[in-house]
Write a protein that binds this ligand. Structure first.
Ligand SMILES: Cc1cc2nc3c(=O)[nH]c(=O)nc-3n(C[C@H](O)[C@H](O)[C@H](O)COP(=O)(O)OP(=O)(O)OC[C@H]3O[C@@H](n4cnc5c(N)ncnc54)[C@H](O)[C@@H]3O)c2cc1C
Length: 464
């Protein structure tokens, strides 16, 4: 039997994409690996510029060993893959990707036979009045500053929101010598207590979380549970945070804020590729469907890692390897099926722990009810919660894309990647529907901003 021609492309060089590429290369293929970042590693193992001197231990803490292993894997692969860093996939159609090369500001098409989408995640943002002030960052943004630029977002920082990243980033900042003024978690202590049995399914990960919290407490950092952010105050820059606990408001001074509510999957590319989506209650999001082996609903398109549901870095590596094995097996390449089964079992086992995390750090379902009318939800287009509510009242809009057309929410530079979650919550609350009913913003190209002149056909002349 003749083997079909394989021309695999991997989008995303985080833990999922790197393991996928490594597996494809181990079976004699030479995949193209595209990532918009200058250096491979993804979010958790984000690599600083080559001349930075901080050790992996200082950069990645308890994750240093994995970071070193993942970086070594991609370094070893360099002559067996076609690695294209600084390259943003901004559109996809007809078996080809449109890719912007950042340093030269040129765009080219990359054809593919098979595609592994491993595009990862970004912060899940629920705005609070004052969040557009200078000095306010997402938790992920605050961490990127530390890992990639070697600098802090301020000298006296409040971290707030919820999710495991909240305590991790606070810990990393405090270890780096920054004064952490407070950690304000919307989750209640009883939520965290109730989640312990499920979290103990991954004792090592659970122990890390407990260590961060214990270390922060031992070093005098104020940790508040059940704390609702009310507003961020300041004129030219953040000055303080007002938060509420048990019906009373409190104010704390700071010069920077890091906030976020866990993560959301980067799904736009899967959307442009025509993958079928379904609502995933645990993730409170519409996600591209994938079977247990990593196949999407589109033949030849595979999904790995956080881009199809937030499962964490270890799961991303397993899913990357599994997806590559599936791709190979689907195209008649002999693979270790026992290894594929083991990976599948590991991923299935993790879902109990993942449910425990949701229990420990629940999504604040009352957020939309508390959001004041003047709150800016979409900062690209400056659309407030009140404007969204008025559009619902005036037009009866009950679906996200209708709301977008009426108000321009999600129509700006971020294409709804930052405001989509909050807009859906406001719409669901205003219409009295469950959030899954209001749908999601349809993916549109370009999925991230590109220079407008690149959209002009090559032979089109600009009038003098
Ligand atoms: C900011 C941030 C910080 C995090 N920090 C931690 C942490 O400290 N500890 C922890 O346990 N977990 C952390 N996480 C979660 C953890 O990073 C993920 O679980 C894990 O990295 C998932 O791996 P992945 O390969 O699926 O995706 P990622 O590691 O997110 O990799 C995805 C890659 O795809 C690339 N990409 C995305 N879209 C495109 C496109 N259109 N074109 C080209 N390239 C594209 C990105 O540049 C990125 O390199 C963090 C997540 C975020 C968002």
């Amino acid at each position: 039997m003749t083997r079909p021609v394989l021309q695999p492309v991997v989008v995303g060089a985080g833990p999922a994409g790197i393991r996928a590429a490594q597996t494809l290369a181990a079976h004699g293929l030479r995949p193209i690996v595209i990532d918009e970042a200058a250096r491979a590693g993804g979010q958790i193992y984000r690599r600083p510029p080559a001349h930075f001197k901080r050790t992996p231990q200082r950069l990645y803490g308890t994750e240093a060993g994995r970071a070193i292993a993942v970086h070594a894997a991609i370094d070893d692969l360099q002559d067996r893959i076609d690695h294209r860093p600084d390259s943003l996939v901004w559109s996809a159609q007809d078996q080809q990707l449109d890719v912007l090369h950042g340093p030269t500001q040129t765009t080219r098409t990359v054809p593919y036979g098979q595609l592994i989408v491993a595009t990862g995640a970004t912060d899940r943002v629920l705005p609070v009045p004052g969040w557009t002030l200078p000095g306010v960052y997402t938790l992920g943004g605050a961490q990127v500053a530390l890992k990639f630029q070697g600098c802090a977002i301020g000298s006296r920082v409040v971290f707030m929101g919820t999710g495991p990243l909240l305590y991790l980033v606070a810990y990393q900042y405090a270890k780096a010598g920054v004064k952490v003024a407070a950690v304000l978690d919307t989750a209640r202590f009883v939520d965290q207590l109730a989640a312990v049995p499920a979290m103990l399914r991954q004792p090592a990960v659970f122990a890390k979380g407990v260590t961060y919290i214990a270390w922060l407490r031992a070093h005098g950092v104020a940790l508040r549970s059940g704390a609702r952010p009310v507003r961020i105050l300041g004129e030219e820059r953040v000055r303080s945070v007002v938060w509420a606990e048990g019906g009373r408001e409190h104010t704390i001074d700071c010069d920077a804020v890091g906030f976020g509510y866990a993560l959301r999957s980067e799904t736009q590319l899967a959307d442009l590729l025509g993958c079928r989506f379904a609502y995933a209650p645990m993730h409170r999001a519409h996600l591209p469907e994938r079977d247990a082996a990593g196949r999407s609903s589109v033949p030849g398109v595979y999904l790995a890692g956080d881009g199809a549901g937030i499962m964490g870095a270890d799961a991303a590596e397993w899913a990357g390897e599994l997806t590559a094995l599936t791709l190979l097996a689907d195209h008649s390449v002999g693979v270790d099926t026992q290894r594929a089964r083991v990976l599948q079992q590991k991923l299935e086992k993790l879902s109990g722990f993942r449910a425990g995390l949701e229990r420990a750090f629940p999504f604040p379902e009352d957020w939309a009810a508390q959001a004041p009318d003047e709150l800016v939800v979409c900062r690209c287009e400056n659309v407030t919660a009140g404007e969204l509510r008025r559009a619902v009242a005036d037009s009866g809009a009950d679906e996200m894309n209708r709301l977008k057309a009426l108000t321009r929410v999600g129509m700006g530079r971020c294409q709804g990647r930052m405001c989509g979650v909050a807009a859906a919550e406001i719409l669901a609350h205003a219409t009295g529907q469950p959030v899954q009913q209001v749908g999601r913003f349809r993916g549109q190209a370009p999925i991230k901003p590109i220079p407008i002149h690149l959209l002009r056909p090559a032979d089109e002349e600009v009038a003098a």
